[in-house]
Design a protein around this ligand. Structure first.
Ligand code: 13P
Ligand code: SF4
Length: 317
């Protein structure tokens, strides 16, 4: 089938099976086009929680699909490619983290949503890049905190809140591999461009950024700031939405230069989902996300706490 036929077949299957497609901003453009909702991690968890369809096809990575299942366990949750993982989630093995937590019994655990269900189950509160700063602010100052698994996001939150959270040593292989030097070269070539960066980027890069925020915050900033040129330090999938909403603005991308010999800013995990795999997964209702009741019940508490706090702080509706 060509792309057009695949899209038609997916739309027909979606209707027949009462399915909804949730897509992250980092997905391939053709997947974003066919998604019923596109959003960042926070918005997609909210959508997953209130979804009434029988099937949720999560076009994102494994921890996101797990989160959807945990929040809405009576739905069938599908992920087009089970190999769609995340380097941040991989950087935090359960048993090592459990030992770390036990070594610091006076700390609570705040985990970035980019972690496995097992790490969520060991956490007191989950956050996303879209709410981390406000949630940490809301925790009493004297309370000691372990922040896992992203040391870059944790370090950034420490710097803006004045906290001294204990950081787990994990990184996103895409954002951490972007270099401040390349940003400066782009800035020299385009001196009137604003540098916008995701807080998963390393500290040196964040220091040269004019604006730091989650995918959604970056989109809002571009739309409302009045500038016309942007040097973008985050995953390339977001450019679809940036260009769509701002056709008259210019974007220059920062690439991730790392051991993967990749000179782009694509998350190879995010890009594993294709139209073909999306079609097959809807047709076969597989691969499906399955977890034990126990694990889901434990992991749900800190995610629901995040959603409740985000609502009461006015971050989401
Ligand atoms: P957000 O969608 O929360 O900005 O997260 C970015 C990311 O890296 C997702 O994997
Ligand atoms: Fe994980 Fe980074 Fe890919 Fe996001 S971009 S899914 S944090 S590896």
């Amino acid at each position: 089938m060509d792309k057009r036929e695949l899209k038609e077949a997916i739309t027909a299957l979606k209707k027949e099976k009462n399915a909804v497609i949730l897509g992250h901003y980092y997905q391939r453009e053709e997947i974003q086009d066919i998604s019923d909702y596109i959003g960042d991690s926070l918005a997609l968890s909210r959508e997953a929680q209130r979804c009434e369809n029988d099937i949720i096809v999560f076009c994102g990575v494994h921890f996101m699909a797990e989160t959807a299942k945990i929040l809405n366990p009576s739905r069938k949750v599908l992920l087009p490619d089970m190999e769609a993982g995340c380097s941040l989630a991989d950087s935090c093995p359960t048993e090592k983290f459990r030992a770390f937590k036990e070594a610091h019994p006076d700390h609570i655990v705040v985990s970035y949503i980019n972690c496995t269900a097992e790490i969520k189950a060991l956490s007191d509160l989950i956050c996303t890049s879209g709410n981390a700063e406000k949630l940490i602010h809301a925790i009493p100052e004297e309370q000691k905190i372990i922040f896992a698994p992203d040391k870059n996001l944790g370090g950034y939150i420490n710097s803006v809140t004045g906290r001294n959270m204990l950081l787990w040593d994990g990184v996103c292989m895409v954002h951490d591999a972007m270099r401040a030097e390349q940003v400066m070269q782009l800035k020299a070539a385009h001196p009137d461009a604003r540098v916008i960066a995701h807080p998963e980027c390393n500290a040196a890069l964040l220091q040269v950024a004019d604006f730091i925020g989650s995918t959604k915050a970056m989109l809002n900033y571009i739309h409302s700031c009045g500038y016309g040129k942007f040097i973008v330090a985050t995953e390339t999938g977001i450019l679809c939405e940036m260009k769509k909403n701002n056709p008259d603005k210019e974007f220059f991308t920062v690439s991730a230069t790392d051991s993967r010999n990749c000179n782009c800013a694509d998350c190879s995990y995010m890009k594993l989902n294709t139209l073909e795999k999306l079609y097959r997964c809807l047709k076969d209702e597989s691969p499906e996300i399955v977890m034990s009741e126990d694990l889901m019940n434990q992991a749900r508490k800190p995610i629901e706490k995040m959603l409740q706090m985000s609502k009461s702080l006015g971050i989401i509706k």
